[in-house]
Write a new protein. Sequence first.
Length: 393
Amino acid sequence: MKIGLFGQFGSGNIGNDGSLEAMLQLLNRTCPSAQLVCICSRPEIISAKFKLQAVPVGKPASDNKILNTLNRALLQFPRRLIGFISAISLAHGVDLIIVPGTGILDDFNEDPFGWPFAVMRWSLAAKLGGARMAFVSIGAGPVTHPLSRFFVKTASSLAAYRSYRDAVSYNFIKSLNVDMHQDHVSADIAFALYKPADERSKNTDPCIGLGIMTYRGWRKRELDSAVIYENYLRKMTEVIEALLQGGRQVRLLTGDVGDFEAVNDLRKRITTPNFHKVIFEPVNSLHDLMQQIAQTDMVIASRYHNIVCSLSMERPAISIGYAHKNDALLIDTGLSEFCHHIESFDPDLILSQVETMLARRHEFINTVKAGVIRYREKLSLQEDDLRAKLLSK
């Protein structure tokens, strides 16, 4: 059996790469003899990291200046056509193309002819090439651009198998009038990753994990992106300085290489003498992230997989999210009162909730444990379903 794995892998987002890793572990358990090829953003990175064949999602731009000029004049149609033909050819040689997790069906920081179009193009190529397309534990929505919604609806309709990481995603696809009679809600596949040892020392000051994100708005080119980013930095600086002044340690967490910009900008703004209590160590995987979270007492974060890893490590979390996907996680783990939006959160309320969470930490840990157990049970059932419906050839 030959299986393609499709997604935005190798681009610097460790949540995406962690989702790929979780699927690779599942496939190793269920069909270890399968031939695998990854269709991704940066095949050279994924090939080296996971030791598997990898190819690019689209046809790379030519080095020939004349061809590039012609492509631009024709709105990239020749390059996209060649890429589509290549996709059909690849699909003809595989049995199944799996999209493993990630928020693949939204348009966060994407134009219609970015990932929404790429997913639709590969779904159509799979259909024409005779391969089944499976969306497994994916995130979906919101999608703000009408053309992006069309691409997402088309891609979803062409799939042979669909499951979702939460009810928010399920309901979004349902709102597109896609036939949902065989679809189901599972959990994010990163909850199936192996968990590192819990190393938190009990002899230090309380340590708050603080997820930092370079956030300038949902759309790729927000008109007020500079204002959004400045407001975010100002409020996060206020939170950090108050935590430090209250005797807390702060461990800065990231989820994408692009977040280093915000980390650097924030560190320049911190003026409190306790700056030495701010810890930052770059991470290269969800395993690295979970090892850092193991050294905290609780987490405040915006990126979805920062929250996933916090819950996996049995750390209660406060979400400063940019979409309802974070809220779904906290609702499922008994933390619904700790959901905030990244563009409107109140630093004073966040700080008050930190004190509440630390005071009731053991109570919240128990609710988190119960929620994560339910997630892993759903993933186990889904693995059986995948084995029976897709991976038994």
